[in-house]
Design a binder for this molecule. Structure first.
Ligand code: HEM
Length: 156
């Protein structure tokens, strides 16, 4: 189901070259991923998309760290650094749109299911490896691809 949603999102974007709703432009993760070089750098932070190409050389934390995140979701690393309010306000200048609604919905459903899984796992599985394997299989299916990796680390 998740995969189908993403494919239809891509087709939509290919047809119109953009996907807008009330002036907001929406991007799939694949589209953001294509802008992963120093002369063309996009980032996702808190589900918003930023074109930071012109900011690369100005970044007080250096270009290197931004390049490592280029085309990807930099939310965690951005937050880990504990950026100032000024830094957060600077983000606005580079804002170009949002992650596609469909992507956000799949992500949210996935995260909710994972919360349920985690409760089930902690209540019923404890030290039973087979139980953990069954659940890992369930969580690794296509629908959960988007967040499985991130969430898996919580139970390793
Ligand atoms: C467009 C997004 C970003 C903006 C606008 C931004 C802006 C800034 C600003 C203004 C500072 C100076 C300190 C402060 O005011 O907090 C800073 C420092 C820093 N940033 Fe970013 N940043 C961005 C993304 C990132 C990302 C994704 C990373 C990590 C991968 C990162 C890593 C750092 C580090 C390590 C410093 C500390 C530099 C030091 O203390 O010497 N930044 N950033």
């Amino acid at each position: 189901m998740g995969e189908e949603t993403e494919i239809s999102v891509k087709r939509e974007n290919q047809d119109t070259d953009e996907n807008t709703d009330s002036g907001v432009k929406y991007y799939t993760r694949e589209e953001v991923q294509a802008h992963n070089m120093s002369k063309d750098t996009w980032l996702i932070i808190h589900d918003k998309v930023y074109d930071i190409t012109s900011f690369m050389e100005e970044h007080p934390g250096g270009e290197e760290v931004l390049l490592e995140q280029a085309g990807a979701d930099a939310t965690e690393s951005f937050e880990d650094v504990g950026h100032s309010t000024d830094a957060r306000e600077m983000l606005q200048q580079y804002y170009i749109g949002e992650l596609h609604m469909a992507v956000l919905i799949v992500q949210t459903v996935c995260k909710l299911k994972f919360v349920i899984f985690k409760i089930e796992f902690e209540t019923h599985c404890q030290d039973e490896p087979l139980c953990k394997l069954e659940i890992l299989e369930w969580i690794s299916n296509v629908e959960f691809k988007l967040c499985a990796e991130e969430n898996m680390s919580q139970i390793d």
